[in-house]
Design a protein around this ligand. Structure first.
Ligand SMILES: [Zn+2]
Length: 175
């Protein structure tokens, strides 16, 4: 917990680290765009093709939420506007899967995803990984998939016990 005014670059590091670790946790990988906090404040990740609609919704929503949830779990304070785009993507993925859902149902589903996201981020090996990546981002500004795996170190295999099809996926990078 940090009561000091939040340094935006540091907050971005925790935010992007959350996206990156959740992508790996869900069987995705960091693609050629890398994870970056200076120019674009972006985590460019890819998931395997061929997921069914619900699995695809889950990876999209959880990886979108992981940015601001990670930021929040880190400083427990107010989140700035940077996560609004992530939320819009999460909500549009949910609307696409259930076009007939009411706003109330969507909000309930969104709240359930926030809980799921926090449960995953609070796993000790996952949070350690977020911490390692955030530190490395603060130091370097930009990381590739290989840098991310190196920063996580021995926990890299732990945070990805299963891919979306229930199988252990190898780490791979695109491009
Ligand atoms: Zn984000």
């Amino acid at each position: 917990m940090n009561q000091e005014p939040v340094d935006q670059r540091v907050a971005s590091a925790w935010h992007e680290a959350g996206h990156a670790v959740m992508a790996l946790y869900l069987g995705g990988w960091i693609d050629a765009g890398g994870v970056e906090i200076d120019e674009r404040q972006n985590c460019s990740c890819t998931f395997v093709a061929g997921l069914d609609a619900l699995a695809s919704e889950r990876v999209t929503v959880l990886s979108c939420l992981a940015g601001w949830r990670s930021e929040h779990l880190w400083h427990e304070g107010e989140i700035l506007d940077a996560h609004l785009g992530d939320d819009a993507r999460a909500l549009s993925a949910m609307r696409e899967t259930r076009p007939e859902a009411t706003e109330g149902e969507l909000m309930q589903r969104y709240a359930d995803y926030v809980k799921q996201c926090d449960t995953i981020l609070r796993k000790p090996e996952v949070w350690d990984a977020v911490e390692h990546i955030a530190e490395k981002l603060i130091e370097c500004g930009r990381l590739s998939m290989a840098d991310v795996v190196e920063a996580i170190g021995d926990d890299a295999a732990l945070i990805r016990p299963r891919g979306p099809f229930g199988i252990v996926l190898p780490y791979r990078s695109e491009g």
